[in-house]
Write a new protein. Structure first.
Length: 154
């Protein structure tokens, strides 16, 4: 790898680290503003993709089942999420975001999304495709290494 490419790769790595720290700091601030802990906010984040079982939430948040139940109870009491029966298996309980939960989280994240929209509007479909694929790939790599560290921990 030539020196200019190596420099650029290093700068990209540093930019990604700064972005990750910025996102974490923003999420921390949103959590404080909403009176939520990191696991609570992570739960809401996962539920933006759709309903999950408590077991799926436990895996997603890294919490033990009892702690997940307590987390769900707290967020249900706040009106941010609700338990519902699965439409395909009435024995299964799903957890999903309420309209109030979406409203409260969007009050913080909506302006951020709106601020980034013009940047994305300037990109070509090829650039957007590249970014989507790159982010998907580095997410998969990070997930594999999270699992590796989890396995080493026992």
């Amino acid at each position: 790898m030539d020196a200019s490419r190596q420099t650029l790769v290093g700068e990209l790595g540093q930019a990604l680290q700064r972005y990750q720290r910025s996102v974490q700091a923003f999420d921390d601030e949103v959590g404080r503003a909403m009176g939520l802990g990191p696991a609570d906010l992570r739960c809401l984040d996962w539920l933006t993709e759709g309903p999950l079982t408590a077991g799926q939430l436990s895996v997603a948040t890294g919490l033990r089942p009892a702690a997940t139940t307590a987390l769900v109870d707290r967020l249900v009491a706040r009106g941010l999420i609700e338990r519902t029966s699965s439409p395909t298996d009435r024995r299964q309980v799903l957890v999903q975001m309420t309209d109030e939960g979406r409203r409260q989280t969007w009050a913080y994240y909506g302006p951020l999304v709106a601020a980034g929209a013009p940047l994305l509007a300037e990109l070509s479909e090829e650039q957007l495709t590249f970014m989507r694929d790159y982010l998907s790939t580095i997410t998969d790599i990070t997930e594999r290494h999270r699992e590796r560290v989890e396995g080493e921990r026992g």
